[in-house]
Design a protein around this ligand. Sequence first.
Ligand code: OAD
Length: 248
Amino acid sequence: MYSNQEIDKAAGWLSKAEKIVVLTGAGVSAESGIPTFRDALEGLWAKFNPEELASREGFMANPRMVWDWYESRREKVRQCQPNQGHYALAELEKSKNLVIATQNVDQLHHRAGSQNVLELHGNILANRCFTEGNLLKDEELDWTTLPPKCRCGSYARPAVVWFGEFLPETILSRAMEASRRADLFLIAGTSGLVQPAASLPLLAKQNRAKIIEINKEESALTAIADIFLMGSFAQVMPQLTTATIKLL
Ligand code: OAD
């Protein structure tokens, strides 16, 4: 657990910071009911094989199975709501210069009202052409097969980044640039194991940014955190926002 003094110290830094970057991971959506990836029991990668379900090779081998798995995840995402942590972060953005680089594909930051969101790993609710890569609206698809097809005859696929794929170039470079310039970097709900997202706080650290981390347990990034707030995002983030706004 963390102390009130640690919250106050973190809030003091946040209130003075001029360029804040927040890196979020699956843990920030856990309390909205969306499973994380690496939890030993409930994590998606404990139950499912990422090579089969989250790679181009897996999709080519069994497009229908991969499509159906993403449909079930989409259904879950549509039913879930942002939690108090998402709302508190959106509230903080109203009074601070802040950019969120999220690894999450669930759109919950947007739905909570955050404006400045960089989706490093894409958006699960959108589709792209498997061959050409362009985004496709539902009405542009031929639904006589599943997965549905693009006009070019190729299958549509979810607009997420799979293992072995590059992150969207412009979004990644914006996140890297913001991280290099940041004077405060907040890490929340990520194991810090997946690159290149996990390197963003290191870019900030090189610029002497202060690093605050919120996580239920220590992560691969805890070693570089100046303040580690051990707790759940939906509990800690509202406290941090309230304490910060009081100082403004
Ligand atoms: P992980 O599942 O690897 O890590 C989730 C982290 O959230 C862990 O460190 C947990 O301790 C923490 N956590 C869980 N519940 C929490 C809570 N209520 N409050 C605070 N922290 C909590 O998820 P990511 O780090 O997001 O990539 O994984 C990174 C990427 O790996 C994902 O974007 C996904 C996956 O493969 C793609 O799909 C491309």
